[in-house]
Design a protein around this ligand. Structure first.
Ligand code: TTP
Ligand code: MN
Ligand code: MN
Ligand code: MN
Length: 390
């Protein structure tokens, strides 16, 4: 379905939050080819180049017609001479030769395989490749993965909380942040964690978690955010944002509730627990200061969908006044969120992230009461979640 206000959104905008970006676009193969080049650049540590390809692909994603001639797109933002040349090649031959070469290369295949392990980023992936490792079995031997790593944590690992420092978001070793213990777990669980999660199971996980939470702390509300909310048929993880109308009930709830899920056998591993994080395993993502737990979850045997598969589950707890800001942030996509931040900064002198909206000059905070109010506040047209796949 086309959003009703689609004509007010513009595919010529430099900001992804003003464009309508469907899950699958009329030029999907071209977008995929550009994304292969982006991924290769990112794996090689060429971040600026990767971002250029990512921005170009995102603009093409929101172009609503099947491209017949480069004339149609060469004036679009982030489509420069280099990208125009690649699009021309694609229109002539049905592919981009560099993307084909990349996909066929042993190096790209190994690096992308390694980086698909949670906690392994490009720097580590390249280091492992240089050690002549090529397969996940190679990694299992190299890291010395043992049964115990896979079985689950006996205790929830407490994460020390430190004050949030400016400039930590894009630290040098962000992809190394989680350390080897998490990489071991992720390698041990790779067969489960690499399986995509169908929508029905996302919903079942949401139901089960909500039932537990409301026995634990009645009155909580939640929204399943992430790719699921953007309409993805299958997700890599489940992201749930929670709040409670009584702000005093939210403080510390994340840790207590995760401990409870752990006791009940549903949360088997916790990779991060706390209100902030100094390192970023998911490169280029923005970490907010909300209370959250990044976990491994398994449905209880009583669930009709139970089959023992371990799933990644992110639980985010927001005080009521910033709930909708948190839902908007955690719905993504990453590009959509990045440009919300950029827009707020450039046009309004405001700071936007999942943990709040603040006016820079007087530090005034804003508490929109619905997601639509967040768009209004930022002076943006409403974009339906399913059109935020920028
Ligand atoms: P992801 O779960 O990484 O990605 P996704 O749900 O879009 O896709 P999938 O899980 O299927 O691979 O991130 C969800 C959103 O959460 C993402 O747009 C960025 C946002 N986010 C924050 O706002 N703050 C944070 O600290 C983190 C880690 C993510
Ligand atoms: Mn990774
Ligand atoms: Mn997700
Ligand atoms: Mn997530």
């Amino acid at each position: 379905p086309i959003p009703t206000n689609v004509e007010k959104l513009s595919y010529t905008s430099r900001y992804a939050c003003q464009r309508a970006s469907p899950l699958v676009c009329p030029n999907q193969d071209l977008v995929c080819a550009l994304d292969t080049i982006r991924q290769s650049r990112a794996l090689e540590g060429e971040d600026r180049s990767a971002l250029s390809y990512e921005r170009a692909a995102s603009v093409i994603k929101s172009y609503p017609h099947k491209i017949k001639s480069v004339k149609e797109v060469e004036k679009l933002p982030y489509v420069g001479p280099k990208i125009t040349g690649l699009i021309e090649q694609y229109l002539d031959s049905g592919q981009i030769s560099e993307a084909e070469t990349i996909k066929a290369s042993e190096r790209f295949q190994a690096l992308s395989l390694f980086a698909s392990v949670y906690g392994i980023g490009p720097t580590t992936a390249r280091r492992l490749y240089n050690l002549n490792l090529r397969t996940l079995d190679d990694l299992e031997i190299y890291y010395g993965v043992e049964r115990a790593d896979v079985e689950g944590q006996a205790e929830i690992i407490e994460v020390e909380e430190k004050p949030r420092k400016a400039g930590w978001i894009r630290g040098k070793h962000e992809d190394e942040g989680l350390g080897e213990s998490w990489v071991k777990i992720a390698i041990g669980l790779r067969e489960d964690l690499m399986k995509k999660i169908p929508r029905a199971e996302v919903e079942e996980m949401g139901r089960v978690v909500m039932k537990e939470l409301n026995e634990f702390e009645p009155g909580c509300v939640s929204t399943i955010a992430g790719g699921y909310r953007r309409g993805k048929p299958e997700s890599n993880d489940v992201d749930i944002v929670f709040t409670h109308p009584d702000a005093s009930k939210i403080k510390g709830l994340c840790k207590r509730f995760v401990r409870r899920l752990h006791e009940r056998g549903m949360v088997t591993h916790v990779m991060h627990l706390g209100g902030f994080h100094a390192h970023n395993p998911l490169r280029q993502q923005h970490w907010d200061s909300l209370e959250k737990a990044l976990t491994v979850f398994t449905l209880p045997a009583s669930s009709p969908l139970y089959d023992g598969t371990r799933r990644r589950l992110d639980l985010i707890f927001a005080p009521p006044e910033i709930y909708w800001t948190a839902v908007l942030g955690w719905t993504g996509s990453i590009m959509f969120q990045r440009d919300l931040r950029q827009w707020a900064k450039d046009k309004l002198g405001m700071k936007f992230d999942s943990s709040g909206i603040t006016r820079r000059y007087d530090s005034k905070e804003f508490y929109p009461k619905t997601e639509r109010e967040v768009f209004d506040l930022l002076g943006l047209e409403w974009v339906d979640p399913t059109w935020r796949n920028a």
